[in-house]
Design a protein around this ligand. Structure first.
Ligand SMILES: [Zn+2]
Length: 133
């Protein structure tokens, strides 16, 4: 089976099947996840997978070049995700149900507070005086 042979209806059916499987696994956790980080993780995985595919195609330069241009498209999408993130208020970007995320979780754990200089585990500033910016 080849991807280019799929009809739009089949792709939509595929998407819904993945959504149903995701719902069964995660329920309503998305209401307390930072969804754009999930999107970012999928896009970074896509780049990694594209690089692996390019390795397989290394002996055929035209194919490798097509795969490289696909990589560029994914990089543009990453830029769009970051542009969208810039527009969102902090309250819609919390990640209580995000679980342990590769790399990201460590950055969040060790990021110090602008006000008190403490890591999130030790900082009490947010509850005290969040002015909502
Ligand atoms: Zn603080």
């Amino acid at each position: 089976m080849r991807l280019n042979e799929l009809t739009p209806e089949q792709i939509e059916e595929w998407r819904k099947a993945r959504m149903d499987a995701g719902r069964a696994q995660y329920g309503d956790a998305h209401m307390q996840r930072y969804g754009l980080v999930d999107v970012m993780e999928e896009l970074l995985d896509a780049i990694n997978i594209i690089d692996l595919a390019a390795e397989r195609m290394a002996a055929e330069p035209e194919c490798a070049s097509s795969v490289r241009s696909l990589r560029l498209s994914v990089q543009l999408l990453i830029g769009s995700v970051r542009d969208t993130d810039k527009l969102l208020p902090d309250r819609l970007c919390s990640d209580e149900q995000g679980g342990e995320r590769i790399w990201w979780s460590e950055q969040v754990r060790y990021k110090v507070c602008d006000e008190c200089g403490e890591t999130p585990a030790r900082c009490g500033c947010e509850e005290a005086g969040d002015d909502g910016d």
